[in-house]
Design a protein around this ligand. Sequence first.
Ligand SMILES: Cc1cc2nc3c(=O)[nH]c(=O)nc-3n(C[C@H](O)[C@H](O)[C@H](O)COP(=O)(O)O)c2cc1C
Length: 335
Amino acid sequence: MNAVAPVEQQPTAPALDPRAFRAALGSFATGVTVITARAADGAPVGLTANSFNSVSLEPPMVLWSLARKSLSLPVFAQAQHWAVHVLAADQEALSTSFARSGTHKFAGLAMEDGLGGVPLLEGCAARFQCRTAFQHEGGDHLIFVGEVLAFDRAERAPLVFHAGRYALAARRDPQLPQARSARVAGGLGEDLLGYLLGRAYFQCHLEMRERAAAAGLDEHQWVIVAALTVRDGVGVAELEAALGYVLDGPVEPVLRSLRAQGWVMATGSDPSSTARYTLTPDGRDRSLHLLAAAKAHEAELLARFGYDEGALLKLQLQKFIAATNPGLHDLWHDA
Ligand SMILES: Cc1cc2nc3c(=O)[nH]c(=O)nc-3n(C[C@H](O)[C@H](O)[C@H](O)COP(=O)(O)O)c2cc1C
């Protein structure tokens, strides 16, 4: 019988593929923070970091790691105090700015002095003011463990970072009943996308439809009036290409009724194929009032639903529209 050869000890771990390693780390979704300190010469210093994490509740401690190549390293290595700002969903620009090495990151920002003179930024989801408890070697990073001396928190949705990109978080709602599927196999289920979109559209527009009706406009007229606030001098063909899917019929009779009611005027020559349509001064005034009311109503609905979730819903709808566009004309982009 042959003796089994002893397995040779690997002196070092086999080299990992750095890109694959980064990608695997990126599957851990994190929040985003900006960490600030004050240099000995008084200059504010800071950088974007997602290596932040909680360590201990008693005593309260947090940690984060700083790349050795970071220009901020000498300041953080010396600083006794630093502050972690957990960014809110609408602070992506701040994150991008603090992720640029060595630039004047604080220009134009509202700041106050925290403990030890640490620069504190505003509008964040939470802030932790810390004193360095330990510094540890961490390969190409230096790990800072800090004792939390003070913190504050606001009811703001967090900015999320996942797979190398910023993201928004949608919370699961345990109160929400499970969507009912159809009793009859193959029948309309409550989770059918078309049903959800249609129902949401109806509820979103309920009040607006009443306001438009009070101003003397039916739904089709309101769609055209709203479209004409985007741009003056739009032709019939263009309106049809952009709005045909909503109007479900020819644009001309609607335009004719709007002209008769004094909302719209035609410029250029008839025949109507070459005529261009514009809101009358009175029509523009009234439509802008209606649109302002529509925007205020939307803000009220979104506040009820959660502003960040509203932003997420819009983002998903924009993606869905782009992914499924059968080639519809777009009044905003196709001018
Ligand atoms: C989402 C995100 C997370 C980051 N996390 C860290 C981190 O945890 N530690 C780190 O040293 N750099 C991190 N960076 C990179 C730094 O923000 C970047 O290198 C910055 O330019 C350093 O600034 P400085 O050279 O002025 O110190 C991150 C960047 C982004 C966009």
